[in-house]
Write a protein that binds this ligand. Structure first.
Ligand code: ATP
Ligand code: MG
Length: 390
């Protein structure tokens, strides 16, 4: 029997008027994810995607790719069966008989109300065939094996296994954002979280080379590369902050340095966002996690930009963030040693409750601030990434 992958989407199902827009975004993304497998026969059929597979299709690899497509609720490798119930129950039985299981259920979903039997009747007939032949009890709550049957548009499919997807909305359906990507643990997770809400992320990384080595620069590119598999193309802008840091260090009280670095980062990231047509900034901040992430300091940093700043991790505990970083494969890169540009000549006890007037006053006396920031924008680099790689 020919194999077909049936893909169900999650939240898109709740969209009414513009469901088609989201479906097409998701279709494009699935095709991009499978670009190197020569697959072009993906159809949208009655609220699901249907992908007939050639015999030699690398199913494991295709499953892996689909597991990373944002917007999919779950998917399965299915078999197309006969609409004739007597044939259908034999076709299902043939697939179930070799499986080892001690309880089972049949779950039918009938979107085609023209079909002569109800879902419950199909469950009963197919279930009885299995029970009578194998003497295995049915268990509707926690069975070892579930036979899923889908009836729609005059077609019948069945499958025995469902792979959970990421959920969320298809990447690019919500527009573009700029994410401030350090080489740490949090900002890659924040970037991933906003991708799940349908954003295409452009990355911005600040480094202090030549004051520090280039470890953070390389780690940030590697992180963007790992995250690219959720959105298929990515750009990372690499901005040299060293000269500006030098000017800040020369003039500002040590306790305020970190805040002044951050304000500069936000202004520069906003410039990149405007250039790219991105509509928000993203950071990996989590309230109270470190000195710069108190409410006072978040205010002192945010006031320099007019774009909204989203902080997907603001309420997350560190251990939750770490677990997610492991899951998406960024943790091992994030824990590699690097000199963080924010800790460059910053005292051990930076200001935790900055007074906004003090911060503004310290910043106002930095010579050539705007010229220095323009110089950084002139000398920033941009690396483009593709997934799957060419
Ligand atoms: P992370 O684990 O993401 O580095 P953190 O816990 O180290 O976060 P901070 O150092 O206070 O926290 O950084 C807060 C946020 O500022 C980061 O999550 C990131 O969004 C941004 N940020 C910090 N350093 C950089 C950098 N070098 N380049 C780009 N963004 C940065
Ligand atoms: Mg950090």
């Amino acid at each position: 029997m020919n194999k077909t992958i049936i893909i169900h989407y999650s939240e898109i199902g709740l969209k009414k008027g513009n469901r088609g827009y989201f479906e097409h975004k998701l279709r494009d993304n699935i095709l991009r994810a499978l670009r190197d497998f020569n697959i072009d026969s993906l159809k949208i059929d009655f609220g699901r995607f249907v992908l007939p597979l050639p015999d030699d299709a690398p199913i494991e690899q295709i499953n892996q790719r689909l597991s990373d497509v944002v917007g999919i609720a779950h998917f399965s490798t299915a078999f197309e069966a006969s609409p004739d119930i007597d044939v259908l129950k034999e076709q299902v039985f043939e697939h179930v008989a070799p499986c080892i299981f001690s309880s089972f259920r049949v779950l039918t979903k009938r979107a085609d109300k023209q079909y002569p039997l109800t879902s419950v009747e199909v469950n009963k007939i197919v279930g009885e065939r299995i029970h009578t032949a194998l003497n295995v009890p049915a268990n509707m709550k926690q069975p070892d094996l579930t036979v899923f049957i889908e009836i729609y548009n005059k077609k019948v499919f069945f499958y025995l296994n469902r792979i959970q997807g990421l959920g969320g909305l298809p990447v690019t359906s919500s527009g573009k954002v700029v994410s401030l990507l350090s080489s740490g643990i949090d900002s890659p997770v924040a970037s991933y979280r906003i991708m799940l809400r349908g954003c295409h992320v452009i990355f911005v990384h600040f480094h202090s080379f030549p004051f520090t080595d280039k470890a953070s620069y390389h780690n940030a590119i590697e992180l963007a590369t790992r995250l690219c598999r959720f959105q298929y193309s990515a750009k990372i802008y690499l901005l040299p902050l060293a000269k500006l840091q030098e000017a800040i260090i020369a003039i500002a009280p040590p306790k305020l340095r970190l805040l002044l670095y951050r304000r500069a980062m936000f202004r520069l990231a906003e410039k990149v966002a405007k250039k790219e047509g991105a509509q928000a900034l993203i950071t990996g901040e989590s309230l109270g996690q470190v000195a710069s992430q108190t409410l006072e300091n978040i205010n002192a940093i945010s006031e320099v930009v007019s774009l909204p700043v989203f902080r997907p991790l603001i309420s997350f505990d560190k251990e939750v963030i770490v677990a997610e970083a492991r899951k998406i494969g960024t943790y091992s890169v994030s824990i590699e040693p690097y000199d963080d540009c924010c800790s460059f000549l910053v005292p051990r006890n930076p200001e935790t409750r900055a007074k906004i007037d003090d911060v503004r006053a310290a910043e106002s006396i930095i010579e050539n601030l705007t010229a220095l920031e323009n110089e950084i924008l002139q000398s920033m680099e941009c690396v483009k990434i593709q997934f799957p790689p060419e």
